[in-house]
Design a protein around this ligand. Structure first.
Ligand code: XMP
Ligand code: MG
Length: 184
């Protein structure tokens, strides 16, 4: 058994479900009559993407990119690179980036600039979670689920060293039992 019961719940399964449904409602309203190109950021966004798309009524194309920013552990390396680009061209499409969490904004700034150069018809960002305050980013988060405290969170797709992505709720990571590592 993976014992994560000691991790404090930040957002319950129920709260996340309601948040995802609310975001989908906003997206359905704004993209009425259009076709959406959803671009998920792997790996963290896979759970969110799966739940979000089942609430969407507009026609969607789904793709993923893989970026590397965080090394092992919980601190950003400051460097971002594209490990796996979108399979299809984004040119002329209404692109909506689907991200799990925005922290410093480094990862998403890199991706949005990369995509903008490839001339989509429109480019927006949907992030389920964010840390810090929206004022500290150089771009708007067009669809934001919830602000979370500035602690390391796991669950609902988010990991610590590839663990805990399967948790149905969002929890604060406090200690890693196996490594006996205390997370700052
Ligand atoms: P930046 O700082 O570039 O970070 O905005 C965004 C990326 O870092 C990961 N991240 C986290 N992953 N728990 C995680 O499991 C966290 O608390 C956390 N904070 C940031 C995430 O992958 C995101 O794409
Ligand atoms: Mg991660």
């Amino acid at each position: 058994m993976d014992d994560f019961s000691r991790f404090k719940v930040i957002l319950s399964q129920d709260e996340i479900e309601r948040t995802v449904a609310r975001l989908a409602e906003e997206i359905n309203r704004d993209y009425q009559g259009r076709r959406l190109f959803l671009l998920g950021v792997l790996k963290g966004s896979f759970v969110f993407m799966a739940d979000l798309v089942r609430h969407l009524h507009v026609p969607v194309e789904i793709d993923f990119v893989r970026l590397a920013s965080y090394g092992p552990g919980t601190k950003s390396s400051g460097k971002v690179r594209l490990v796996h680009g979108p399979g299809a061209s984004v040119r002329g499409k209404d692109v909506l980036v689907v991200e799990d969490i925005v922290d410093s904004g480094l990862t998403i700034t890199f991706l949005l600039e990369y995509l903008r150069r490839r001339k989509p018809a429109s480019l927006r960002l949907c992030s389920l979670f964010m840390k810090g305050s929206p004022q500290s980013f150089p771009f708007p988060i067009d669809y934001l689920g919830a602000q979370v405290p500035e602690v390391f969170v796991v669950g609902y797709g988010l990991d610590f060293n590839e663990r805990y992505r399967n948790l149905p709720d969002l929890r604060e990571l406090t200690t890693d039992q196996d490594a006996e590592e205390v997370v700052p």
